[in-house]
Design a protein around this ligand. Structure first.
Ligand code: ZN
Length: 123
């Protein structure tokens, strides 16, 4: 079965994870510089290629909500341009979380990260 990098952003973890197993690569919390983020992304993709799914547990299903990148990626797979996919995902998240303070800002930030990664060829 194919595996891919998926971006997780919840209370438990913020960072890259494997779609098939419990492998994760959490982002350092103080990382805000775009260049440092790109470096972190590149490192994550190397580490991801090197990891062995069998050595990690099966991916847990504790998170019921799909991450931003995962949702946007599915739209891209269906033929949307990354920019449109990001915009659609933002609108969906805003609808789902309209009573949640900070949700809009988080969605915009996730969208920026998503588009930057598309540009860097990581997604
Ligand atoms: Zn894995």
């Amino acid at each position: 079965m194919g595996r891919w990098l998926t971006w997780v952003s919840d209370q438990r973890l913020q960072g890259w994870a494997c779609s098939q197993c419990d492998w994760t690569f959490p982002i350092p919390s103080l990382l805000t510089d775009p260049e440092a983020k790109s470096a972190y992304d590149r490192l994550a993709s190397v580490k991801f290629r090197e990891h062995d799914c069998a050595a990690h547990g099966k991916r847990g299903t504790t998170s019921t909500e799909e991450g931003f990148a995962e949702r946007a990626r599915k739209l891209v797979v269906r033929g949307f341009k990354p920019k449109d996919a990001a915009e659609i995902t933002i609108q969906e998240i805003l609808l789902e979380h309209r009573n949640e303070p900070g949700a809009a800002e988080r969605a915009r930030r996730d969208a920026e990260d998503f588009l930057r990664r598309v540009k860097d060829g990581l997604i």
